[in-house]
Design a protein around this ligand. Structure first.
Ligand SMILES: NC(=O)c1ccc[n+]([C@@H]2O[C@H](COP(=O)([O-])OP(=O)(O)OC[C@H]3O[C@@H](n4cnc5c(N)ncnc54)[C@H](OP(=O)(O)O)[C@@H]3O)[C@@H](O)[C@H]2O)c1
Length: 204
């Protein structure tokens, strides 16, 4: 059995890594489609030793696609995942958009694989933030053994979590600091170079 898989956000940091991992693991694909915004239409991304032409999300028909992995931010996901799911394609959403939706299972395969059956409600499966995903893999066996009542967590997230714009801003600001230039703030709420900011994405 093989699957037609679409990656939305294929030109982004996470999307490109998803393409690498699909290939490295030998995931059974019949076809892989790279999707992004119209800005990237016609550009190319790598999938193993192949090159995929990027297509525009808003012009793509998902009706014969089996799986769509969404990695283009919460707003794109909120708008598109339900529409894609309605076309019969199963959406695996990497953003925060559906993590609190009662009709969307929030899955970490090593922890709660059985909950995946709920995906049929909307044809969407959510996954948690990366810090949570790896944490619960370690907590699950401890919980099964001794029942955890409370966990206190502090995380320090990398700039790369804010995507390629975030990484570019760190680079530009770092250079500006070294040459005593003016430091411009665009993507983050404060200067990020040589700094830690207690603020990620939008406050929830
Ligand atoms: N669950 C996790 O563990 C985890 C970890 C890290 C990140 N994430 C999430 O993954 C997502 C992507 O992160 P990233 O670091 O890869 O960001 P990024 O490098 O900024 O890439 C964003 C991607 O989204 C595409 N995009 C933006 N607007 C679009 C639109 N209107 N229609 C179609 N595509 C659009 C961009 O395409 P263009 O090149 O055409 O602009 C690009 O491919 C975010 O939601 C982030 O929160 C999740």
């Amino acid at each position: 059995m093989s699957f037609k898989v679409a990656i939305v956000g294929a030109t982004g940091n996470v999307g490109r890594e998803m393409l690498n991992i699909l290939e490295e693991r030998g995931f059974p694909v019949s076809e892989v489609v790279a999707l992004a915004s119209r800005r990237s239409q016609g550009t190319e991304v790598s999938f193993g030793d192949r090159t995929l032409k990027v297509r525009a999300l808003d012009q793509f028909d998902f009706s014969d696609t089996d799986i769509c992995i969404m990695s283009a931010g919460g707003n794109v996901s909120k708008e598109w995942s339900p529409k894609i799911g309605k076309q019969g394609c199963v959406v695996i959403d990497n953003s925060s958009a559906f993590r609190y939706d009662q009709d969307v299972p929030l899955i970490v395969p090593e922890v709660n694989p059985d909950a995946i059956s709920l995906f049929t409600r909307k044809n969407i499966i959510a996954n948690p933030n990366c810090s949570t995903a790896q944490l619960v893999v370690a907590l699950k066996p401890l919980h099964d053994f001794a029942t955890i009542k409370r966990v206190v967590v502090a995380t320090y997230q990398s700039v790369s979590g804010a995507g390629k714009e975030g990484m570019d801003e760190l680079f530009t600001q770092t250079r500006a600091v070294f040459v005593a230039d003016q430091v411009d703030v665009k993507k983050f709420t404060k200067r990020i170079a040589f700094n830690v900011i207690p603020h990620i994405d939008v406050f929830l």
